[in-house]
Design a protein. Structure first.
Length: 493
């Protein structure tokens, strides 16, 4: 989509001349009520879509001020479009397109404007998709992580913050001092008990700078948890081309996703909320069982197939599912993950596993294994290690989780069997490199080095002989035979 395209830039609903479905409300008739931290593809394919549905169904001043905390590229694409963009939904039954109108404003890499938006009296809710590494939370102790670069910087200058915990704390202080009711804080990232985890991080940060403020936040601010699920690959030139065909406009902010979408939310919003149920959201008293099922089954299996798939030459998840042996390991992991979960009323684990396998096979979704593989040190503790501990305690099979861990450990070497180098794209990449760059290419040595990283593998696993033997066995096969042969051998067990 070059500057020479004769089609107009998408900037208003009246510009749309294609088949894309339009909002059934006038965006400008609705004010802003939500600030979202972490503007990216997932937010535009999930929460912003549910908010678009809510505005269409029930109205209200619930449009979104979307904030990109670091990058400016997406804001530069959205601003000329007045926040409008095309959602491309791909499924086995075809592709459909719609224009989303729920974004009212975009802020990029501007902490001052972000803090001002958070203090706006109209704001009732702050939602977040900043990824696991973006929060600066010490998950082991349940508070803030003072070693996190953004947290450390904001602790030094709490009145001029730029990180997540600093911005939330400063905004809640300014609102309290001005007599403005606090907003509800809703995490939408793949973290266990994400609301409670974020609450602990914010209160911990606040206590480090103002104990009275920490007590106020603990008593007055709601942090409901939520579980989100929608596979959203990175946009491609084809995404933009399909958006242009569907709208008759150039849209540089188009996003694509699957047709499935799920959002389970604890219903605790003292200042009100949009009618997200119109977009399929489910409101519950306790999201934990749903969250655990998704993290363990979908996300855990995703991580396993990402490392094994990437290292065996499969670019996309759909390619993984075309590999008979690796697809068998996907089904094995889903089964093992489902076995360690407690029964959940009205939730059939076998049916969920089958549905996940179907979603992974979706030929219309190009979800890159390398994209899923990033940030492994942030993802494995809840996706792989927590289920492995549950399996160990219950006497259930450990092998699927050990294989996933071994695949990640092989991935950390940063070089394929063909000698091609790649970046790990992990917040602890430098640390990993220092740990293993000079050790022998030996399974036990690599496993010992990586298992000993602080705040990574739980001690119960790291000291388990059964677990270590299983990881060593899997990793030795991968190192000596290569990933494709190791997958074949593993699938034939």
């Amino acid at each position: 989509m070059s500057g020479g395209d004769p089609r107009p830039r998408l900037a208003s609903l009246s510009d749309v001349a294609g088949s894309a479905r339009l909002p059934t409300y006038q965006p400008d008739d609705h004010g802003m009520g939500i600030v979202h931290l972490g503007l990216g593809a997932f937010h535009r394919a999930h929460q912003a879509v549910a908010t678009d549905d809510a505005l269409a169904a029930a109205g209200g001043d619930w449009r979104i001020c979307a904030v990109s905390l670091r990058s400016t590229a997406l804001a530069e694409a959205l601003a000329p479009q007045n926040g409008l963009y095309t959602l491309i939904e791909r499924g086995t039954e075809g592709t459909r397109a719609r224009v989303i109108g729920s974004l009212s404003q975009v802020i990029a890499n501007d902490p001052v404007s972000t803090l001002a938006a958070l203090c706006d009296t109209a704001v009732k809710i702050v939602t977040l998709t900043v990824t696991e590494k973006g929060y600066g939370i010490d998950r082991a102790n349940g508070g803030h992580d003072p070693s996190h670069p953004a947290v450390a910087a904001d602790l030094d200058s709490p009145e001029t913050p730029s990180g997540v915990l600093g911005l939330l704390t400063a905004a809640l202080k300014l609102r309290r001092d001005a007599g403005i009711a606090p907003f509800t804080v809703l995490s939408c990232d793949n973290l266990p008990e994400n609301g409670q985890l974020l609450r602990g991080g914010v209160i911990g940060f606040a206590r480090a700078v103002d104990t009275e403020l920490a007590d106020f936040i603990a008593a007055e601010v709601a942090f409901p948890s939520s579980m989100v699920d929608r596979i959203t690959p990175a946009a491609t030139d084809q995404t933009l081309a399909d958006a242009a065909t569907a709208t008759g406009c150039v849209d540089l902010a188009a996003v694509e996703t699957e047709q499935f979408s799920q959002w389970v939310i604890e219903d605790h919003f003292p200042q009100g909320r949009p009618a997200w149920e119109a977009g399929g959201a489910i409101f519950v008293a306790d999201v934990t069982p749903f969250e655990r099922a998704k993290l363990t089954m979908l996300n855990g299996t995703h991580s396993m197939l990402a490392y094994a798939g990437f290292l065996s030459g499969h670019q996309f998840v759909r390619d993984v599912m075309g590999d008979t042996a690796l697809a068998a390991l996907v089904r094995r992991h889903l089964q093992a993950a489902g076995q360690i979960l407690p029964p959940l009323p009205s939730f059939n684990m076998k049916a969920y596993a089958a549905a996940l396998a179907d979603r992974f096979r979706n030929p219309a979704i190009a979800h890159a294994t390398y994209q899923i593989a990033m940030d492994g040190t942030e993802k494995l503790p809840q996706r792989i290690f927590a289920p492995a501990i549950a399996a160990l305690d219950a006497g259930q099979p450990l092998r699927p989780f050990a294989f996933a861990t071994a695949a990640w450990m092989r991935y950390t070497l940063g070089v394929s069997d063909a000698g091609e180098r790649y970046a790990l794209r992990d917040p602890r990449e430098d640390e990993i490199r220092r740990l293993i760059q000079s050790v022998p290419r030996d399974a036990k040595t690599i496993r010992t080095a990586l298992s000993g990283m602080p705040n990574f593998m739980p001690a119960q696993l790291a000291r388990s002989e059964v677990w270590n033997d299983a990881v060593d066995d899997c990793l030795d096969a991968i190192l000596t035979q290569g990933m494709p042969a190791a997958i074949l051998a593993e699938a034939s067990r």
